[in-house]
Design a protein around this ligand. Structure first.
Ligand code: SF4
Length: 222
């Protein structure tokens, strides 16, 4: 095995904290979060622009130690965009080695093929309302399994119809990963989305951001 590069040995981290998991099939479960700094996308509805800049460069070993210290069964690596940093893939592996259930939130535009197969990958599919749908990396679909989840964040009816068309066109409901349909908080009413999903009998999981209902939309580090 080749020596790790210096860039893999540390990560620029925005915050490390414990809360409950707000989204995905793990919603409601106590979770430690590692939020990395930096993202090369600019989704119109992004709710973490504070993680675009700043942060602190930390040895990877310290990131692991701090994440595990919370003693939660789940650890999520999120951002920003974690996969921009060479240290993210080994970090995910080490968290798995420590016996935790590990989640990765990624924007869906970067290669996920090197991510440890034990990691539950939650991969965004950017709908047109994000302004970034031309960046979706469709090759990633080949590297997803039943433990992974595809997340559509939906701004409006147009995004919903785009998602519905894509599920049919690419048979995403038969591919394996769970499909999450997540209304943009404050822009698309969850009840409206639920009505559309029921009317179309769409096999998606409506995904609300629990943490925003508990602590409010703009709170960080909870
Ligand atoms: S990929 Fe995530 S962090 Fe980056 S701009 Fe989009 S929502 Fe924000």
């Amino acid at each position: 095995m080749s020596e790790p590069s210096a860039r893999e040995l540390s990560l620029v981290v925005h915050e490390i904290y414990a809360s409950i998991q707000g989204e995905s099939s793990f919603a409601g479960v106590p979770c430690a979060f590692v939020r990395t700094t930096g993202c090369d996308l600019r989704c119109s509805w992004c709710d973490t622009p504070h993680a675009f800049h700043g942060g602190t460069r930390m040895p990877r070993a310290e990131v692991v130690e701090r994440a595990l210290a919370f003693g939660t069964p789940l650890v999520e690596v999120t951002g920003g965009e974690p996969l921009l940093q060479p240290g993210a893939v080994p970090l995910l592996r080490e968290l798995c080695d420590a016996g935790r259930t590990v989640l990765l939130e990624t924007g869906g535009h970067l290669d996920v093929s090197r991510v440890d197969p034990r990691v539950h990958k939650i991969v965004d599919v950017k709908a047109p309302g994000s302004g970034e749908s031309h960046k979706n990396r469709w090759e990633n679909l080949r590297h997803l399994s039943v433990r992974d989840e595809l997340k559509f964040v939906l701004l409006d009816r147009g995004d919903y119809e785009w998602m519905r068309g894509l599920i049919a066109e690419r048979a995403l409901d038969r591919l394996g990963p769970r499909l999450l349909a997540s209304p943009v908080h404050g822009a698309l009413a969850p009840a409206e989305l639920v009505r559309w999903v029921l009317a179309d009998r769409l096999l998606v999981r409506v995904n609300l951001q629990l943490h925003k209902y508990i602590w409010g939309a703009d709170t960080q580090g909870v």
